[in-house]
Design a protein around this ligand. Sequence first.
Ligand code: IPE
Ligand code: IPE
Ligand code: MG
Length: 249
Amino acid sequence: MMMTERQDTSGERIPRHVAIIMDGNGRWAQKRDLPRIRGHEAGTENIRRITVRAGELGISYLTFWAFSTENWSRPDDEVEGILRILAETIPRERDELHQRGARIRHIGNLDGLDPHLVAQIQDTIDLTSENTGINLTLAFNYSGRAEILEATRRILKAGISPDELTPERYEEFLYTADMPDPDLIIRTSGEQRISNFFLWQSAFSEWAFPPILWPDFSEHDLEQAVTDYQQRERRYGGLLTTPTTQSGK
Ligand code: IPE
Ligand code: IPE
Ligand code: MG
């Protein structure tokens, strides 16, 4: 999905959708001799300040990946701690985000999660569904392969014929059906891999791998990633539209 990007006051392109793989919470805590869960707490705190700055920069869609379907394989106490942080954070942050006009969404699979947590998430989505400010998406119990499999199952159940199945039609069955693809994906902590994130949606995304652990990732680091993005030349497999390329030579 290619869409026109907004420009800031100096005429620079603003990425319409920025997605963040919030990695490095555990290492942040270990460096301080703290239990890993303290890193998850610090990382969760950081979501607010990055969201506020992203809004000021004019980013329309901001997605945070908080928990993958593979993260269930971590020790029980870490998983339980992450679920507890999520359950505490939603009621604490929801009203302020709502007042700021954020529209909150979730992508991922909510099946089998604590019904109280699911209700909290659903209530937050409903409360903010008419808001016209930043689109804030939490990817929780999300992974790319699971999403593609789920979409495929639903396509088969809907009886869509092979001839009808275009990329645009396929996208209607993804969690991100009404969102643009990410222009910029930032993975913090220095790891340079996708780890099963937006497998479909990242086809033409630009990537940034700042070597900064997520709880330390600052507003300035976000601005830096956006500035670097503005220097990139996106081609989508084509050629730049200069007079030479237009003549096909
Ligand atoms: C990212 O931080 C948060 C989750 C995956 C839940 P990590 O917990 O992966 O932190 P590191 O990679 O171990 O430092
Ligand atoms: C990816 O990070 C998941 C999230 C940040 C939510 P991981 O730390 O789980 O990924 P790997 O294990 O390094 O691939
Ligand atoms: Mg990690």
